[in-house]
Unconditional design. Structure first.
Ligand SMILES: [Zn+2]
Length: 413
C-alpha cells in the first residue's frame, strides 16, 4: 500500500536537494578520459548515497587510463535484490566545456550543463527513488538488497563493466534498471525496451606501391580497391530490417607520385535483431580476400582485410523486459502518466546485461540535446539540458512500478 499524495509531497520536498546534488555533479568534469574527474565524481556520488545506508566499492577499470567503476550496495534482510545502473562519464573534455562556456545554467525549467541528461540526472533520479522508498515504504526498503552500479566509461567501449554487473547478479535479482534518459512522443513517456547492437569495423587494403610515372602498370592501387569495397559495404544497409551500415572515415596513399599501397576505412553497423546483426557481420567479413583491382603488369591483386574492432551485441525485444515494462505501464495508469515504449538505436549498458536479468531502460528524467555542447546566438543550436519538472513525476512512476514489482498485490490509494 502506498499513498500517492504523500509520495508526491515527499518527492516535491526533496527536489531542491536533488537538484543541488545535480548541480554539484555537473560541476565535476567527468569526461571519460579525465580519470581524476571520474574518480572525484565517484567519491561524491558515494557520499550522496551514504546517508541512505549504502557502502562503496571502487573497482578498477580494465583500461588503466579510465577511472574506477563504482558499486554501492545495501544488504537487506532477504537475498531478493534489485540493481540500478548509471554511468559516471560524459563525452565533454574540460577544454570543450571551457571553449563553449558549457556549465550548469538553469533557464526556466531547463537545466543546461554537461551530463545533466546523460546521465547525472539519472543518478539523481536513483537517489530520489531510494529516498522515497526509505520513508514511504520503509519495511520493504530495509528488506530488499540494493546494488547500484556506475560504469566509469560507458561512453567508450568498456565490456568489463558488464562483467562487474553480472558478478553482482544472482537468481534473486528481480530487475536491472538503467537510468538513461526517457524518450518522449507527444505526451507519452517512453521507456526503452530494446537497443541496437553495434559492430565497429576497419577495412585495410594492401596493394603494391610503384612509381606513378615510370612503373605505373606495376602498381596495385589500394585507394581504388578501397573505393570499390566501401560501395559494397554501404550497400549492406537495409532499412526494412532496421540494419544500418555507416562508412565513417577513409584515408589512404602517401604522395602523388606513388601508386598507393595502403588504404583504410572505418565505420560501424547497427541492428536490433540478433539474426540481422549476425548476417550483416558475416556479409561484411565475406568481403575480405583478394580484390578485383590488380596490377596490369602481372595481375598482382590488392588484399582486403576486414576486422571487427569492437562490438556491443543487440538487446532485442524479449519477454523478461516486456514483463517489467508492463509494470511501468500499470504504474503510469494508476498515476495518470501516459507510458509507452521505444526501441532505441543508441547503445547503453543494457546491451551488456539484458540476457542475464530482466532489464528496463529509459528510467531517467526527460531532457534533450545529449552529447551537444554548442549554443548558437539564434537558438537553433542548443546544448544538453534536463527539465527540472520531469523529475518528480518520473520518480513517482519509477517508485510505484518498483513497489508493484516487489509486492504484486499492493495497491495505491
Ligand atoms: Zn548515457
Amino acid at each position: 500500500m502506498y499513498h500517492s499524495q504523500s509520495l508526491n509531497d515527499f518527492l516535491e520536498a526533496q527536489l531542491h536537494a536533488a537538484l543541488e546534488m545535480l548541480r554539484q555533479m555537473v560541476g565535476i568534469n567527468s569526461y571519460t578520459a579525465n580519470r581524476d574527474g571520474v574518480n572525484q565524481l565517484a567519491r561524491f556520488t558515494a557520499q550522496c548515497f551514504a546517508p541512505l545506508g549504502f557502502s562503496a566499492e571502487f573497482i578498477p577499470s580494465n583500461n588503466p587510463e579510465f577511472g574506477d567503476h563504482l558499486v554501492l550496495s545495501r544488504a537487506g534482510r532477504v537475498r531478493e535484490n534489485i540493481a540500478m545502473m548509471s554511468h559516471l562519464d560524459t563525452v565533454f573534455p574540460p577544454e570543450e566545456e571551457e571553449r563553449n562556456h558549457f556549465y550548469w545554467q538553469p533557464e526556466g525549467d531547463r537545466l543546461f550543463g554537461p551530463g545533466t541528461q546523460d546521465i547525472k540526472g539519472g543518478t539523481v533520479m536513483m537517489w530520489l527513488i531510494l529516498s522515497a522508498l526509505q520513508t514511504q515504504a520503509p519495511k520493504l526498503f530495509e528488506q530488499i538488497t540494493w546494488n547500484l552500479l556506475w560504469n566509469s566509461s560507458e561512453e567508450t567501449y568498456s565490456p568489463d563493466f558488464g562483467d562487474v554487473c553480472r558478478s553482482r547478479f544472482d537468481r534473486e535479482t528481480r530487475a536491472a534498471l538503467v537510468f538513461e534518459a526517457e524518450g518522449r512522443l507527444a505526451d507519452q513517456h517512453l521507456m526503452v525496451v530494446a537497443r541496437k547492437g553495434r559492430a565497429a569495423w576497419r577495412v585495410t587494403v594492401s596493394g603494391r606501391a610503384s612509381h606513378a610515372g615510370g612503373k605505373h602498370s606495376h602498381g596495385a592501387n589500394a585507394v581504388v580497391q578501397l573505393g570499390q569495397t566501401i560501395q559494397r559495404i554501404a550497400a549492406l544497409t537495409d532499412y526494412p530490417s532496421e540494419l544500418t551500415v555507416n562508412v565513417a572515415t577513409i584515408r589512404g596513399g602517401t604522395v602523388l607520385n606513388r601508386v598507393p599501397h595502403e588504404a583504410v576505412a572505418e565505420g560501424e553497423l547497427r541492428a536490433f535483431k540478433p539474426e540481422v546483426y549476425e548476417r550483416a557481420k558475416a556479409a561484411l567479413l565475406a568481403l575480405a580476400g583478394p580484390g578485383e583491382v590488380r596490377s596490369p603488369a602481372d595481375r598482382y591483386a590488392c588484399q582486403i582485410k576486414i576486422e571487427i574492432i569492437h562490438e556491443s551485441r543487440p538487446w532485442p525485444r524479449n519477454p523478461q523486459t516486456d514483463a517489467l515494462y508492463e509494470l511501468w505501464q500499470e504504474a503510469g495508469a494508476a498515476l495518470g502518466i501516459p507510458v509507452s515504449f521505444q526501441e532505441r538505436g543508441g547503445l547503453s549498458d543494457g546491451n551488456q546485461i539484458w540476457d542475464a536479468v530482466p532489464t528496463l531502460d529509459g528510467l531517467g528524467p526527460w531532457g534533450d540535446n545529449d552529447h551537444c555542447s554548442e549554443r548558437s546566438p539564434d537558438g537553433s543550436k542548443l546544448p544538453e539540458y534536463v527539465e527540472a519538472s520531469s523529475f518528480v513525476p518520473k520518480a513517482m512512476l519509477n517508485t510505484v512500478a518498483i513497489l508493484k514489482l516487489l509486492q504484486p498485490n499492493q495497491t495505491g490509494d
